[in-house]
Unconditional design. Structure first.
Length: 230
C-alpha cells in the first residue's frame, strides 16, 4: 500500500465507512452462525464457526469481483430471500431434544454448510456496500473483508452464550432471519419500483417473512416430535 494513501483523507473516510458497514450488517450474520451452531457440542462450535467463516470469506472474495454486475441482476435478491427463508425454517425446526440422535461429525459439516449458504445470501448487501465504499480500491475492499471476520466471529459467540441462557432467543433469531429474508425480497431490483409508492409494504413483507419462518419452523419441529414418539 503506498504510504501517501495513509495521508489521504478519502482513505480514512472510506475505511471508517467500511467499518461502520461491517458493524451494522455483521450482526445478522452472527445470529445465523449462532443458530447453526447452537446444538453442536462446545468442542465443535469453534470448528464450525471458523470453518464456516473460512468458506464464507472465500465466497465473499469471489463476490467482490462481480459486485457491480450483481447490482443489475433482476430477481437476485428474491432468490436469495427464498434461500434465506429455507435456512431460517430449517434452523427454527431443529430441536435440542433430538440432538443425541445426530452424529457430531455430520452435524459439524451441516453447520458449516449452513453458515456458508446463509452468509452468502445475507452478505450480498454487505459486499455491495463495501465495494461501493471502497470505490474500487482493492486495499480498502480487502480490509472490509478482513474486518468483518472478527466482528462476526465475536458476535456469534456472544449470541451463542445468550441462547444457552435464554432458549426463547432461538425463536427470536429465527424471526430475525425471516425478517431479513422478507426485507431482501421487498428490495429486489425487479420488484422494488412497483412497491416504491407504498413504502409500508416493505414492513409488511418483512413481518410476513418473520412470522412465516417461526410458524413453519414450529410446525415442522412438532411433526418431528410426533414422528419420534410414534
Amino acid at each position: 500500500m503506498p504510504l501517501e494513501w495513509l495521508s489521504n483523507p478519502f482513505f480514512w473516510t472510506a475505511l471508517a465507512q467500511i467499518i461502520a458497514i461491517d458493524l451494522l450488517l455483521g450482526g445478522d450474520n452472527a445470529v445465523v452462525i449462532a443458530m447453526a451452531c447452537r446444538r453442536l457440542p462446545k468442542t465443535l462450535q469453534t470448528k464450525a464457526i471458523y470453518g464456516g467463516m473460512a468458506g464464507a470469506v472465500a465466497v465473499r472474495v469471489v463476490m467482490l469481483f462481480f459486485a457491480l454486475q450483481l447490482l443489475a441482476v433482476p430477481y437476485l435478491k428474491l432468490v436469495g430471500a427464498v434461500l434465506l427463508l429455507w435456512v431460517g425454517i430449517k434452523l427454527a425446526a431443529n430441536r435440542d431434544d433430538d440432538a443425541e440422535d445426530i452424529d457430531g461429525g455430520t452435524r459439524l459439516w451441516t453447520a458449516i454448510k449452513t453458515i456458508i449458504v446463509a452468509d452468502v445470501v445475507m452478505s450480498l448487501d454487505n459486499v455491495l456496500a463495501v465495494a461501493g465504499a471502497g470505490n474500487g480500491n482493492l486495499y480498502l475492499v480487502a480490509a472490509g473483508v478482513l474486518i468483518s471476520i472478527p466482528i462476526i466471529v465475536l458476535g456469534s459467540r456472544f449470541v451463542l452464550a445468550v441462547m444457552e441462557r435464554f432458549p426463547v432467543v432461538v425463536q427470536a433469531g429465527a424471526a430475525l432471519i425471516g425478517w431479513i429474508a422478507g426485507s431482501m425480497a421487498s428490495q429486489d431490483l425487479a420488484l422494488f419500483p412497483p412497491l416504491a409508492p407504498l413504502p409500508w409494504l416493505h414492513w409488511a413483507v418483512s413481518g410476513a417473512g418473520a412470522v412465516l419462518v417461526v410458524l413453519v419452523g414450529k410446525w415442522l419441529g412438532s411433526r418431528k416430535v410426533v414422528a419420534a414418539e410414534s
